[in-house]
Design a protein around this ligand. Structure first.
Ligand code: GRG
Length: 287
């Protein structure tokens, strides 16, 4: 049931991204961008649309849902490049630089990032001007040098520096993985120009639970079999939630965070049942 909802929301986002692209003959760029946005779980699009449903603005949230999937796809395309993780497979398919080449992957990532801002700023979304500015500003903050890119930079620095503490990993992951998840959760109240505090608390807890679950999957799962990227192992020797907390400790921490995420939804009452399901799904998923 919940997986069906995710698939539907991912498709909504992919369709809008496809509509926004005008292919140019003999240029691989647009095909590479479409390749990059296909096949994901659509968790971030789901969070945007579900947060928007809680604020009765789902009819105006499609552009924001597509935007966050475009930013997420750009981050994965660039993360897969030889200069970063050097992955051959992503979501069970060849990575963009393997299917085409590195230049195309860099450009497709760049253009997906620009497209995200085009989407959140588009008057056609029906979102009022002030809320579109708010969405664009906070998306830039979540994606950039104080959010996801900072987290990625800290992660790369950690490959050659001393092992990180739990606090340092938590801060790193709050940027690398958490910032986009929190933005997605808050997009609905932003569109409605309402208080973002409950969904921000939900998103922060969910983002961290998601990353701990990812570390647990890295430890226990067959990454190739579950469709995760498979590339050079840059994690050797790096501290993770599992290495610091132990497998059981990491599972307990993730479960506590899911509780915290669900508690943050109290102001929404029964209407937040689907977001609670999403939080439980994040730590129960197998990919
Ligand atoms: C290159 C600027 C830049 C940033 C990269 C997000 C990221 C930062 C790198 C991805 C590395 C990674 C595998 C992180 C673990 C958490 C994560 C973001 C997993 C992928 O998200 P899912 O599981 O992916 O939602 P799908 O494919 O379902 O969309």
């Amino acid at each position: 049931m919940f997986a069906n909802q995710l698939a539907l929301d991912a498709t909504t986002a992919q369709r809008l991204i496809g509509l926004a692209l005008t292919p140019v003959p003999d240029v691989a760029l647009h095909a590479a961008m479409l390749h990059a946005v296909q096949g994901g779980k659509g968790l971030r699009a789901f969070l945007v649309l579900e947060g928007a449903r809680l604020h009765d603005v789902a009819d105006r949230a499609g552009h924001a849902a597509a935007a966050i999937e475009a930013i997420h796809a750009y981050s994965l395309v660039h993360d897969d490049l030889p200069a970063m993780d050097d992955d051959d497979l992503r979501r069970g398919q060849p990575t963009v630089h393997r299917q085409w080449d590195e230049a195309t992957a860099i450009l497709a990532g760049d253009a997906l990032q620009s497209l995200a801002f085009e989407l959140v700023c588009a008057p056609a979304s029906g979102v009022v001007d002030a809320a579109r500015v708010d969405l664009a500003l906070t998306l830039a903050q979540a994606a950039g040098a104080s959010g996801m890119v900072l987290g990625q930079a800290l992660d790369i620095a950690a490959e050659t520096g001393p092992a990180l503490t739990l606090d340092q990993i938590t801060r790193l992951q709050a940027g690398k993985t958490g910032a986009l998840i929190t933005w997605a959760a808050c997009a609905g109240p932003r569109i409605a120009q309402a208080d973002v505090a409950p969904l921000r608390a939900y998103g922060d807890a969910l983002g961290l639970a998601f990353q701990i679950a990812d570390d647990i999957l890295d430890e226990t799962g067959d990454a190739d079999a579950v469709g995760k990227a498979v590339g050079k192992d840059r994690s050797a020797g790096k501290a993770t939630f599992v290495s610091l907390l132990g497998l059981d400790g990491a599972k307990r921490r993730a479960a506590d965070l899911v509780e915290l995420a669900c508690d943050a939804l109290v102001p929404y009452g029964d209407r937040a049942a689907t977001l609670k399901d999403a939080a439980r799904f994040v730590i129960a998923r197998d990919k």
